[in-house]
Design a protein around this ligand. Sequence first.
Ligand code: GDP
Ligand code: MG
Length: 440
Amino acid sequence: NLTERLSGVIKTLRGEARLTESNIQEALREVRIALIEADVALPAIKVFIEQVKQRAIGHEVLGKLSPGQAFIGVVHEELMAIMGGDKADINLNVAPPAVILMAGLQGAGKTTSSGKLAKWLMEQKKKKVLLVSCDIYRPAAIEQLALLAEQTGADFFPVKTGQQPAEISTAALDFARKHHHDVVIVDTAGRLGIDEAMMQEISQLEQLLNPVETLFVVDAMQGQDAVNTARAFAEVLPLTGVILTKLDGDARGGAALSVRHITGKPIKFAGVAEKLTGLEPFYPDRMASRILGMGDVLGLIEEAQRTTDQQEAERLMKKMKSGKGFDLNDFQQQFQQMKKMGGMSAMLDKLPHQLSQAAQNMNVDEKVINRTEGIINSMTPQERAKPEIIKASRKRRIAAGSGASVQEVNRLLTQFEQARKMMKMMNKGGMAKMMRAVKG
Ligand code: GDP
Ligand code: MG
């Protein structure tokens, strides 16, 4: 996936101070391949790569970021941008009833999404919702929507046998006005492929209903095929947004990029499960992370921005290597850094093995950490620099100052001594590993 490819890129770009046309060439090639693998449509890829390139070239690499990380940051931002940037809300900004028309191929998830959307609107927006089925070609389809209405508690418009979609629509609108529905969701028939009759029918419905939202429902698993469907629907209907369904079945999410690019319309919702709660507002930033498949790499970038700079880390590492000169001041600094990095558990995962082991041996948990830090804070810089001067009276003062007992102060000093010994013991190989880990 993209992550694997990009981790190669990070290595390539390591040590470069700036992203240049030549050093990002290979990185861009990896991104291109990853997007092809994710089944993103070629025109969308082309535009995307061009945008990343323009943004990345000359991009100053932040002191704490490696160029590889900076590059990934650019890719992430551009992924977000191509999927619409900010989250797009559903528009209900009309005199009620607000009509939502669902369009798409058969099996895309229109009926299911109608039910899910009804539920979402009732729960999240406190709307009174009417569900209407214009899918007269398959009796089971009307049944399906009636059942969804029952399950969600939405109202259902009773269709009379023989009624045509146009009649159903106008009758349903009257019904909704009379019963004070806020929202009318109109489910439509789909065909297995795009055909003229179907397009004419939905286009006629659109003119009759004058919907505030005409949502194109598309199956994420269709990948590139989604593009042709999207184009056909966008040509005949003034689409206002997209519902991307079955994202739970497609880990790659390439369709999200293509569909947005082709229709130019925001993806408003994502179907993430078959069940009725499986509809979520679509967040471009989350989807971008998902396509990158690397929440962890992004976390790393943020972390690098937040924590102390690399030189500081290297200075500490040098001290640790010898065990000489590593004192409680450094220890204190590590605690502060640890807090910035999201606490103990987050830290342990990222620490080089030996240090993580040492921390575990010290039996640390969050509470103990806070206490330990409190004790260290109560020491003078001189005491931190030379812990061996901390004798009985100083211990009593430190204990009183931090609300700890003298035993706790003793324990901390012993543990620190152990950690320092451990650092001395670390061999060269271990050190090299650690340096690599710190450099990310
Ligand atoms: P329609 O022909 O467009 O009305 O499609 P349906 O709503 O009948 O959905 C077709 C199939 O896709 C059904 O089996 C649904 O349960 C399933 N489906 C729809 N949306 C999702 C989704 O987001 N996730 C999963 N896993 N299945 C979905
Ligand atoms: Mg249906």
